[in-house]
Design a protein around this ligand. Structure first.
Ligand code: PAF
Length: 280
């Protein structure tokens, strides 16, 4: 496994692969790798000849400085995990390497970032778009792999690629969960033991909402999810929205869209957890 810190070195190796007709798969990450990230690498390995993983804690996508400071950094363990699954290349740039000039570009994602994470994390998706665009320009992958847990991020990246336009296949991969159902996230390691025991209730409640979606209204299902979690008195629910899976706009009737997901953000132990469930 080759580890690169400089853009020209990575680009030169990748152009060599491209000249030899090899397809490039790309998995962008912020490190603190878990099975969810490794499942993206596995998917990339199945579909592409060479796989690049980037590890870069992108400062400009954190709207909260404390969250940036507390974001877990576990580079040595990350590299060991990637080596163990035969990843080909890892790109670990510095902030200066990625942002030699201040970022000035702006994006318009329309209604996609007007909901859920968008208004609650101002600047977050602009920061994600800026880093993903730079990484795509450096790696020039044929396919890039993202987890469906960050459902809104995935929709925005699909939109970004259309806007630029870039000829990159964006592949969404299913949420990977711990045995007890908790969606894997780098933030889970910041939960207390008690928090970690309670956290699976988020997914359990989302799952219980599915059968209700066949006999109750959208509003009733929303109230069920929010009410059940809030009555445990440990979760602070930031939002739970039931949305069209393409436009991400909240629906008020199950007949309004063909693909429907529920997206939640909840605080537990001072840690912000997100999850997603498919209704239709
Ligand atoms: O999902 C993430 O880990 C990050 O938002 C990403 C896509 C690597 C951009 O920094």
């Amino acid at each position: 496994m080759e580890v690169y810190t400089r853009i020209p070195d990575l680009k030169s190796t990748l152009s060599h692969h491209r000249i030899n007709g090899r397809t490039v798969g790309f998995v962008p990450t912020m490190g603190a790798l878990h099975e969810g990230h490794l499942s993206l690498v596995n998917a990339a390995q199945m579909l592409c000849d060479v796989v690049v993983v980037s590890i870069f804690v992108n400062p400009i996508q954190f709207n909260n400085p404390e969250d940036l400071e507390k974001y877990p950094r576990t580079l040595r363990a990350d590299l060991e995990k990637l080596q163990a699954i035969d990843c080909d290349m890892v790109f670990v740039p510095s902030v200066e390497e990625m942002y030699p000039e201040p970022v000035t570009e702006t994006y318009d994602f329309g209604e996609l970032d007007a909901v859920m994470e968008g208004p609650r994390r101002p600047g977050h998706f602009a920061g994600v778009a800026a880093v993903v665009r730079r990484l795509f320009e450096i790696v020039e992958p044929n396919k890039a792999f993202f987890g469906e847990k960050d459902f809104q991020q995935l929709a925005i990246i699909r939109q970004l690629v259309k806007q630029l336009p870039m000829d990159i296949d964006i592949i969404g991969c299913p949420v990977v969960r711990a045995k007890d159902g908790l969606a894997l996230s780098s933030r889970n390691m910041r939960l207390s033991d008690r928090g970690r025991r309670i956290a699976p209730q988020i997914y359990a409640t989302l799952q219980n909402a599915i059968p209700r979606s066949h006999c109750k209204s959208v509003d009733e299902v929303k109230r069920y999810v929010i009410g059940s979690l809030e009555c445990m008195q440990v979760f602070d629910i930031e939002y739970f929205e039931i949305v069209n899976d393409t436009t991400l706009q909240p629906i008020s009737d199950w007949s309004e869209a063909q693909g429907i997901v529920g997206c939640i953000a909840a605080w537990l132990d001072g840690v912000r957890l997100i999850d997603v469930i498919r209704f239709r």
